[in-house]
Design a protein around this ligand. Structure first.
Ligand code: IPM
Ligand code: MG
Length: 356
């Protein structure tokens, strides 16, 4: 039986990086004899331009009927610079997350031996850093209502809203992941200021006794932002609300030396989505220079999380490690040496896998 993969390239560099992830998936298919059926669909600014909706009904139906979604990137400067735009590409991504019930976004932060010198942090601080940030993805200030402007347009408001149920399911997931790793969970909040954060803390304290072998700590988000760059190795699993998770993972992503290396998996009720954490990088769109590794590593997460194919995932990771070792890298990490194009890196990875 063929696995059905919905492919949503999106905007900017999305189509180029997703094309490399597909090459890698095809190489895995050849090597392991799996069958995949890809179907592309519109999302983001591209979808607004073509059909006036950033997450069209057809796209949603395809996602619902697929085994996994491989996602590129979303966003376009023409919308970023027009705060009055009624329809925005990001609404498509948020609607996709919400309607698929993807309440947990897993963002693994780790380092690559041959890239450590590219990290803005000192080697001894980052060498061996390895933690998982679990970001709540369908609640909080991203979705809270009311949101908008007063009638005279002179006041704007967003609401941060969390129910106990939403908090409990993500905190429990955090404990479960910690149980599979080094058994330490950090719950990040701003409980000294925010009511929602106090509910997070209360629920953390309520469920913690169910996980007696997990060491749990509570940390304010400002402190967490500081600890990520002063002592990233102290973290094992971190769980936090939507916006804190968005911000902290951009910060954490550069620990590895490039934002172009950090993948993610969004999981929950319906089909899981696998997407790099970086954005659409419009300045590089169409230039064949963007780093495809975060998307390729998201495909590795797809094999592991959606299909339970651990060997396949591991081989993709190995290929990425080897490409870094061999210096077959894009300009963001080439460090003055020869920079390879996006498609050359994809070709190299696919060939490595086929020959492995
Ligand atoms: C991310 C992105 C999105 C987010 C944007 C594009 C809406 O920054 O996935 O981290 O804020 O969730
Ligand atoms: Mg982000």
């Amino acid at each position: 039986m063929a696995y059905k993969i919905a492919v949503l390239p999106g905007d900017g560099i999305g189509p180029e990086i997703v094309a490399q992830a597909k090459k890698v998936c095809d190489a895995i298919t050849k090597k392991f004899g799996h069958e995949f059926e890809y179907t592309e669909a519109l999302v983001g600014a591209t979808a607004i331009d073509q059909v006036g909706d950033p997450y069209p009904a057809d796209t949603h139906e395809l996602c619902m009927n697929s085994d996994a979604v491989l996602f590129g990137a979303i966003g376009h400067p023409k919308f970023d610079n027009d705060p009055s735009a009624k329809v925005r590409p990001e609404q498509g991504l948020l609607r996709m997350r919400k309607t698929l019930g993807l309440y947990a976004n897993l963002r693994p932060v780790n380092t690559f031996k041959s890239l450590i010198h590219k990290s803005p942090l000192k080697t001894e601080l980052v060498d061996g850093a390895d933690f998982m940030c679990i970001r709540e993805l369908t609640g909080g200030i991203y979705f809270g209502r009311p949101q908008g402007r007063s009638e005279d347009g002179q006041t704007a408001y967003d609401s941060c809203v969390y129910t106990a149920e939403e908090i409990e399911r993500i905190i429990r997931l955090g404990f479960e992941y910690a149980g599979k790793r080094r058994k330490k969970l950090t719950i990040v909040d701003k409980a000294n200021v925010l009511a929602t954060s106090r509910l997070w803390r209360e629920i953390g304290q309520k469920v913690a006794p169910d996980y007696p072998d997990i060491e749990v700590e509570y940390m304010f988000v400002d402190n967490a932002a500081m600890q990520i760059i002063t002592w990233p190795k102290r973290f094992d699993v971190m769980v936090t609300e939507n916006m804190f998770g968005d911000i902290l993972t951009d910060e954490a992503s550069v620990i590895s030396g490039s934002m172009g290396m950090l993948p993610s998996a969004s999981i929950g009720v319906h089909t899981s989505v696998f997407e790099p954490i970086h954005g659409s990088y419009p300045q590089a769109a169409g230039k064949n220079i963007a780093n495809p590794c975060a998307t390729v590593l998201s495909a590795a997460m797809m094999f592991e999380y959606a299909f339970g194919m651990m060997k396949e995932g591991a081989l993709i990771r190995e290929a990425v490690d080897q490409s870094l070792e061999a210096g077959v890298v894009t300009e963001d990490i080439a460090d003055g040496k020869k920079a390879y194009s996006t498609s050359e890196v994809g070709d190299w990875l696919a060939e490595y896998i086929e020959k492995a």
